[in-house]
Design a protein around this ligand. Sequence first.
Ligand code: GLN
Length: 542
Amino acid sequence: MKLTTNFIKVDTKYIFVTGGVVSSLGKGIISSSLARLLLSRGFRVTIQKFDPYINIDPGTLNPYEHGECYVTVDGHEADLDLGHYERFTNIHTTRANNITTGRIYQSVIDKERRGDYLGKTVQIIPHITDEIKRNVKILGNTGKYDFVITEIGGTVGDIESLPFIESVRQLRWELGQNCVCIHLTYVPYIRAAKELKTKPTQHSVKQLQEVGIQPDILVLRTEKDIPADMRRKVAQFCNVAPEAVIQSIDVPTIYEVPIKMHEQKLDELVLRKTNTPFSGEPDMTKWNQFLSLLNSTKDTVKIGLVGKYVELQDAYKSINESLFQAATYQSHKLDLRYISSEKLNDGNVEELLKDLNGVIIAPGFGQRGIEGKFVALKWCRENDMPTFGICLGMQCMVIEYARNVLGLKEANSTEMDTKTPYNVIDLMEEQKSISNLGGTMRLGAYQCHLADDSKVAKAYGKLDIEERHRHRFEFNNEYRTQFENAGMKCVGENPETHLVEVVEIPEKKWFIGTQYHPEYSSTVLNPNPLFIDFIKAAITNK
Ligand code: GLN
């Protein structure tokens, strides 16, 4: 399809990002950084992630398996890398940006049952690989993008990623110069020998070559600067141009990676390899403003995050990043402390919370750690600590208030206690007939109307907002008057269903709970106003 970019006709270009040696090298950050640079040059870019696992989506995965489950505006439960894509690019992703082996197989099997294969034997090659290729091109075929960056999850050499790698090989052959393969590897530093080692990289590239892919660009993750001669050696042994061996050295914040990549001309390499006409430099003015704010912060704001996955930072990835962005925009360093809700009790709550400037009560599912959240909330409410409850955190705010202010001692969510006499949080009506767990929650962006005298409305600077959801339970409107009379106001509701989306105690400094997840919409260039307002309140509270 012919597109117009910078007034010159070009084809959609496909960039594939694979990884080798070990996982967790940051393919998502490299993909996002490249996207940022190309966008800042005026190109239209999207990023998609292909995950080799068999789950249809990560929605049913527990955070120990795969970190946070991110939610797109169109209600897809997605890999957390899509959160990075949005935070870097400031562009919404959708269901089409995250494909798993499960979805590929499901679609092939559906076609087989319909008889679409006309009696043929259905095989991994060509049927699964064709379906992967079709999915790779869906966004490109819309004509909306000049560049489609595709990150392949997992590590080259994994059995489960083979059909994806084979599809990349075929696409590369079909697309010719409209395709670039970037391979990310690891260069370990062996402390005892005081040496960087490139052998794992060489092996990983060999593995890729064995399946028919010659990478165009190598990005080497490293803790230490890789000397030029060592990079040359990698280039020579891996059949890559010397200038196409780039290092990605550890930096204090992931938001510096686009700058580091640009210094080594990653964007230019991609543009040249795809024969894309370009001139000048990417306009990174706003991005650099954010980075200079970050580098000039002197004061620190201390936030406590009360949740049950304290040892697993990826579980609350988007909340961490939203807090970090908001603190930076308020010229503060973020000191984020994880407080295990399972360990909180009346005896230690004061000790654990008193030095903080603000507290987040985390989202979640199930009973584990729930009582600790009530303990934290009671202390925060009674001590007027700026407090932000998100999803389950908001539901806990409501339950704690019911128990300790309304005097409804056994108040609960029916998620935790189906027989509670005071079901202040209850299953949504449309959820009552649902038995499958996958993809069946209230998901994606919904409208919310805010009360005009509320703190939330002031924070957003408008009365009608849209934020993303992921939940089955809701505030029980039968109790609304009782709560409002006592001082907890329902200040945000869905205009169609009247579901309560925001609660607030106006007499407190900042005590707000949202049924939605504002963290999913916070990006570097467009930080979420509610996080900004919460951080402001926390700073004032110092
Ligand atoms: N478990 C709660 C519900 O399903 C809250 C979900 C969440 O925090 N994302 O309603």
